[in-house]
Design a binder for this molecule. Structure first.
Ligand SMILES: Cc1ncc(COP(=O)(O)O)c(C=O)c1O
Length: 390
């Protein structure tokens, strides 16, 4: 059953020669960082706008994050900011393909190759998405997938809890096997490289990342209907965005030309432009749409460069005794170095993920949003309204 799951996941989602199911999409990132050799004193470039697990597992290996700005239109890591983040300690870049989007993998891979950096793709949200025809997760050195929850609120391939690591590199595969897998089918026979040859079926034994068979059974069913759900979600977004065309205060997230989005975990984002609504705050806009009965969510990440502990350091983790010291010499991020993130993140809103919405739901959602967008003046504070009318 496990092998059947792996074959399906490889074909439909990971696109890599090796796939290893794990117990969640955080352990897959820790395994990925270990695999590419991230260790004490290293730096890992990561977008500030992502889930914390894209980078935090690297701190357990003694490395620390360096936060890159985001592209204000695609919300992905801004390749133009990679140069600022680079130092002689940089070991890896972790990109996050958030909410169904795909990062500019051509530019990120070119930068990584030029500076000899490993690339980890965090694909937790975007199962089945592609870049230039290739499945995401198969472009960098390691792809990491979360299978937390179940659709539509959970990950596009949900297992309750689960994750998958994918790679085409046998060396990295063996390191991932060694760090977290035990009693896997033919495990001792899989180790061909020093220092792992000779390990027993217990592997290294330091940590256990193996998933339950029950989780993989659930995820196998989700894989069978992933294409259907991805297609339906896309069709419903297209319909909703078409109905919202001309609403000046909402700017749909842009996709790079080579990106084929999919998955859409966490809802498709849309960017609010208060200047097109008389300066009405994003919170007031969202509240008014919700009061009209439509689903419109707020941002869910603030930007980790302004969030504890990464805004100041990780001193709580560091007792100064050993080589693992992610806080020593940590330079807190300067908010002014990430101007796009500071500007855009507070204005991000979330449209609902719709697989099989009730009849008329898409139209009703659009009508509610349109109503608020067209009548924003009624929602402005009294003084501003009077000034505007005058
Ligand atoms: C971008 C991203 N990466 C990693 C993870 C971690 O996955 P898990 O919850 O399976 O540990 C998540 C979880 O939501 C996520 O959103």
């Amino acid at each position: 059953m496990v092998l059947e799951f792996e074959d399906k996941f490889r074909e439909k989602v990971a696109g890599t020669e090796f796939v290893l199911p794990q117990n969640n999409g955080t352990s897959t990132l820790l395994a990925a960082y270990f695999a590419v050799g991230v260790g004490p004193g290293d730096e890992v470039i990561t977008p500030t706008y992502t889930w914390i697990c894209s980078f935090a597992p690297a701190t357990l290996l003694g490395a620390r994050p360096v936060f890159a700005d985001i592209d204000p239109e695609t919300l992905c890591l801004d390749p133009d900011d990679l140069g600022r983040c680079l130092s002689e300690r940089t070991r890896a870049i972790c990109v996050a393909h958030l909410f169904g989007t795909v990062c500019d993998m051509d530019r990120i891979m070119a930068f990584a190759q030029e500076h000899d950096l490993a690339v980890i793709e965090d694909c937790a949200h975007s199962h089945g998405a592609r870049w230039d025809g290739r499945l995401i997760g198969s472009i960098g050195d390691v792809g990491s997938f979360s299978m937390q929850g179940a659709a539509p609120a959970g990950k596009p391939v949900g297992a309750g809890e689960g994750g998958v690591v994918g790679t085409d590199d046998r060396h990295l595969y063996e390191r991932i096997l060694a760090i977290g897998h035990l009693n896997r089918y033919n495990l001792p026979g899989e180790f061909t490289e020093e220092p792992f040859t000779g390990l027993t079926s217990a592997g290294w034994g330091a940590i256990k990342f193996r998933p339950t068979n029950l989780s993989l059974a659930i995820a196998t069913v989700a894989l069978d209907n992933l294409e259907y759900r991805n297609r339906r979600v896309q069709e419903n977004y297209d319909a909703l965005l078409a109905l919202l065309e001309g609403v000046e205060c909402l700017q749909p997230v842009r996709f790079y030309d080579k990106a084929e989005p999919a998955g859409y975990y966490g809802n498709m984002r849309i960017i609010y432009r208060p200047e097109a609504a008389g300066g009405l705050s994003v919170e007031a806009f969202q509240k008014a749409v919700n009061a009209e009965g439509a689903s419109l969510g707020g941002r869910n990440y603030e930007g980790w460069h302004v969030t504890p502990p990464y805004d100041t350091g990780m001193a709580y983790y560091d007792d100064g005794r050993g080589a693992i010291s992610p806080s020593e010499g940590y330079v807190p991020p300067r908010p002014e170095d990430l101007p796009n993130a500071m500007d855009v993140i507070p204005r991000i809103l979330a449209l609902p993920t719709m697989i099989e919405p009730p009849e008329g739901y898409v139209e009703a959602s659009a009508a509610a949003i349109r109503k608020v967008a067209e009548n924003f003046a009624d929602l402005l504070p009294h003084d501003e309204r009077t000034a505007r009318e005058a």
